[in-house]
Ligand binder design. Structure first.
Ligand code: ZN
Length: 202
């Protein structure tokens, strides 16, 4: 029997657990977050982007990131930056590494952490030094994605509360912008990076 859908309601496109639908979009969004946090099947509307466009996006990401790998010790800590990119371009670059796709919120999320994460991102961005910047005399600023178990416990303790302090980079794509009182929308796709900047002497 086909399901009768109320056009005023919001339905989950991933499962049929809640056949009566949700009254609000935020209700559906909550359901997605609770039940489908690991859903990462890519939507069918994605179109292929040329390799030269993808290379440009990769370079733009590295450029913006390198600008934030500062040498001053006050820069150590959580860093964020965003840049505009289309949904197709974002998926083109990160497709195999997307940990969550939300059909309701139209956003994508990736999380990179652990011993191999630095190399993994290097392969995605075609640059093995994407996340480190050498200031000479052995001074290195870098994106921390991994803290060895028996590493610097004191340092770990101090930064325990921070999201990515124990080594993580998150990447989220979504539409950002707004609309005016006449419902004129002004929005564009944007990808936001969050990471933890660390420094060391090599
Ligand atoms: Zn569902």
């Amino acid at each position: 029997m086909p399901m009768i859908r109320d056009p005023a309601k919001f339905y989950c496109s991933i499962c049929t657990r809640r056949t009566k639908g949700f009254k609000t979009r935020s209700g559906l969004q909550r359901h997605e977050t609770l039940k489908h946090i690991s859903y990462n099947k890519l939507p069918s509307h994605i179109q292929q982007i040329s390799n030269s466009e993808l290379s440009h996006l990769k370079s733009a990401i590295i450029k913006e990131l390198q600008k934030r790998l500062k040498n001053n010790y006050t820069a150590v800590g959580e860093q964020t930056f965003s840049l505009h990119c289309s949904e197709n371009a974002f998926v083109g670059v990160f497709k195999d590494h997307i940990t969550r796709y939300s059909p309701c919120g139209s956003f994508y999320f990736c999380s990179f952490k652990g011993e191999n994460a630095f190399d993994e991102i290097g392969q995605i961005l075609d640059d093995e030094k994407w996340g480190e910047r050498n200031y000479g005399k052995g001074q290195l600023s870098f994106v921390r994605l991994y803290v060895p178990e028996n590493g610097d416990d004191n340092h770990k303790q101090k930064t325990k509360m921070k999201l990515s302090a124990n080594g993580e980079m998150t990447v989220k794509w979504q539409m950002t912008g707004g609309k005016d009182k006449e419902n004129h929308k002004f929005e564009a796709g944007s990808v936001q990076f969050r990471f933890f900047l660390d420094q060391c002497q090599i």
